[in-house]
Design a binder for this molecule. Structure first.
Ligand SMILES: Nc1ncnc2c1ncn2[C@@H]1O[C@H](COP(=O)(O)OP(=O)(O)OP(=O)(O)O)[C@@H](O)[C@H]1O
Ligand SMILES: [Mg+2]
Length: 453
């Protein structure tokens, strides 16, 4: 079973044997080493939970072990064993970040208690961090969740671009996260304290869209009873997000281009333009270049906007993100609805990962939101997902021709890896996600050579 793993390092054979005996009797797994060198090797190789090391040893001594553990595995508590009346070294070790010290001669029961409390300490620290992550994720609604390499590269580019004032075009199917990415860029820019103003270019008629974007003076047209500041001006110092930019009427496209080039806005009915400082991010779920070619969008506006082009891949092209996103939304909606649901049943997760998502991330979010509302206990099962999911999965999901379909064992191995990753390496949690007990998980880890990961 997944018993805590204790690393013991002591050059005295008898002390080492005694401690090993006591700790093994507690049910721990113990790796005993006679010197620091071997100890550090064991640390690098294994899933050590606590280190217990003698301070004075030939070669790599306990203090050096302590430093290395603090640097490489800061979550692993280190208990140092100090010699008779070696108060100075105990103090030094504590300063260097030891969890505690054991002064020789010590009772074995004392060592046992210290190890137990160190394990508890590490567990609390881990839980604490997980909670903090969750809370931060919930506090910031604009977190972009992904483990996909292409997406991570895209985010890296986005962060680099964010530091400049360059216009950006974001392309992607509906629900891929275009607006989210636009907010991400805004947040990473020097304009983050300024406004983020979003405008859906397809939602209004030509006249209303122009009035909305550029504003108007009093009496500019019938119904303009007061002066009104437009959205471009409202975004001054910040970011203007133009959603579905290709839907703008040609006349409005011309005015927009002029405003961007001159960095000033002419309100309807006004004679003097107002200078504005905005960064524009435009989005579309259509291929803008093609639209330009077919005359649907002005080429000059396109080139003005398309300084940087970011293409968001559809969700079905980054399936590894599905479980990650599913759990992200599960936490989010469970917290929002105050529901105890915290796990997705393996079968449900399979259905989710095999579906094709024409509506991309938004569609997945909707599935989970609905599932959280329907689930009564802690588990979101396949019965809480739309029925067509399981059936569609088989039909829609065809693996790329060049690769052979994965065997069940390969799939199982992948699911286990995913669960471990989602659980931050916590095996009990991973087992719970997978709906199996810890012993079964342990057997599977062995079987797939994942033990120690
Ligand atoms: N990688 C992601 N991580 C977390 N949430 C995401 C991610 N991608 C999208 N979302 C969420 O999915 C929903 C849809 O995203 P968004 O509105 O940004 O998509 P869009 O591409 O602008 O869609 P549309 O084309 O329909 O306007 C939002 O609630 C968004 O927060
Ligand atoms: Mg959008």
């Amino acid at each position: 079973m997944n018993a805590p793993h204790i690393l013991l390092i002591d050059d005295e054979a008898i002390a080492l044997a005694n401690l090993t005996h006591v700790l093994e009797r507690e049910g721990y797994r113990v790796t005993a080493c006679r010197d620091g060198q071997t100890g550090l090797a064991a640390l690098a190789a294994g899933d050590i939970d606590v280190v217990l090391t003698d301070l004075r040893m030939p070669g790599i001594d306990g203090l050096e072990v302590l430093h290395r553990v603090r640097a490489d595995r800061p979550d692993v508590p280190v208990i140092v064993i100090t010699g008779h009346a070696a108060v100075d070294s105990a103090v030094e070790a504590m300063k260097a970040g030891a969890y505690h010290y054991l002064a020789k001669p010590f009772r074995l029961a004392e060592a046992r208690e210290l190890v137990r409390s160190a394990l508890e300490f590490a567990r609390l620290k881990r839980e604490n961090r997980e909670l903090r992550h969750r809370v931060e994720g919930l506090k910031n609604p604009y977190t972009i969740v992904t483990q996909d390499l292409a997406m991570q590269r895209l985010l890296e580019t986005a962060r680099r671009v964010a530091g400049t004032d360059a216009s950006v075009v974001i392309q992607g199917e509906s629900g891929t996260g275009k607006e989210l990415l636009a907010r991400y860029i805004h947040q990473h820019s020097r304009r983050s304290a300024g406004p983020f103003v979003a405008f859906n270019c397809g939602a209004l008629t030509e006249e209303l869209a122009a009035a909305e974007l550029f504003g108007h003076e009093k009496g500019a047209y019938t119904g303009a009873v007061a002066r009104r500041v437009g959205l471009i001006e409202a975004a001054a110092g910040g970011t203007l997000f133009l959603d579905e930019v290709a839907e703008l009427a040609p006349s409005v496209q011309v005015k927009l281009l002029r405003a961007l080039q001159e960095r000033e806005v002419l309100r309807l009915g006004a004679v003097t333009p107002v200078p504005v400082d905005v960064r524009v991010i435009a989005a579309s779920n259509r291929d803008l270049r093609q639209l330009v070619e077919s005359g649907g969008m002005r080429a000059d506006l396109y080139f003005r906007l398309n300084v940087v082009n970011l293409a968001l891949p559809p969700l079905r092209e980054r399936r590894d993100d599905i479980p990650l996103l599913a759990y992200h939304f599960l936490r989010k909606f469970a917290a929002a609805m105050d529901r105890p649901v915290c796990t997705i049943a393996p079968e449900a997760l399979t259905h989710l990962t095999e579906y094709d998502y024409p509506g991309n991330v938004r569609e997945l979010a909707n599935f989970i939101e609905r599932g959280v509302a329907l689930a009564e206990g802690e588990v979101l099962g396949k019965e809480h997902l739309p029925q067509h999911l399981g059936r569609l999965a088989v039909r829609v999901y065809a693996p790329p021709l060049a690769t052979a379909p994965k065997t069940l064992q390969e799939q199982e191995r992948e699911l286990i890896l995913q669960a471990l990753q989602l659980a931050g390496g916590n095996r009990s949690e991973a087992a719970r996600m997978l709906g199996i007990d810890r012993v079964s998980l342990w057997r599977k880890l062995k079987k797939y050579g994942l033990y120690g990961r």
